[in-house]
Ligand binder design. Structure first.
Ligand SMILES: CC(C)(COP(=O)(O)OP(=O)(O)OC[C@H]1O[C@@H](n2cnc3c(N)ncnc32)[C@H](O)[C@@H]1OP(=O)(O)O)[C@@H](O)C(=O)NCCC(=O)NCCS
Length: 149
């Protein structure tokens, strides 16, 4: 994604989004819970998973992961997998089974990760990020139990 988008309108959009997610009464969007944070040995946040109801698309999964991130120094240590597993566990405890997630088509590293943890590509669509349209692919887990194995 171009830096001009990340540092420009997207930054402000995401400030608003995170304030809503962290400040919502009853926990996050649609009462599904707050984002999960991974905390390193010094107490610093080194990763997160943000999720909630599926956003404007024709898909009707029980939940969507909006954002998943692991600090560069901590990648490849199982933290991404642990965050997705924790997210799935929390959602399944609320009787939700299916999960949707959109990834940038060109984000080959993240896509290799989603392939590795059993995601299936079910859709392709361009989405607008701060005024710039970029192609994305949708991954699904029809049954989040797969993520707990
Ligand atoms: C994608 C991301 C969340 C993965 O987190 P991570 O902590 O590095 O991944 P893990 O260490 O938990 O990896 C889990 C499995 O996926 C595999 N994997 C992870 N990244 C991979 C890659 N780039 N290529 C191939 N396999 C990969 C690991 O080898 C591991 O397999 P194993 O359990 O069989 O050993 C992380 O790299 C990240 O934050 N990237 C930048 C932000 C981003 O692109 N987020 C996704 C937005 S849609």
């Amino acid at each position: 994604m171009p830096d001009s988008v990340l540092d420009g309108p997207l930054l402000e959009d995401h400030r608003v989004l995170w304030r809503r997610m962290l400040g919502a009464r009853g926990g996050g969007f649609g009462d599904m819970g707050f984002p999960w944070l991974a905390v390193g040995p010094t107490g610093k946040v080194i990763g997160f998973s943000a999720f909630g109801p599926v956003r404007g698309s024709s898909w009707e999964h029980d939940a969507e992961i909006y954002a998943l991130y692991v600090d560069t120094d901590w990648r490849g240590h199982g933290i991404g997998r642990a965050l997705v597993r924790q997210t799935a566990q929390g959602l399944m405890a609320q009787h939700r089974r299916s999960l949707l997630l959109w990834a940038l088509e060109g984000n080959s590293k993240a896509r290799a990760f989603y392939d590795r943890i059993g995601g299936k590509v079910i859709d392709r669509e361009a989405h607008c990020f701060g005024g710039v349209w970029l192609p994305e692919v949708a991954y699904e887990w029809r049954d989040m139990a797969l993520l707990l194995e």
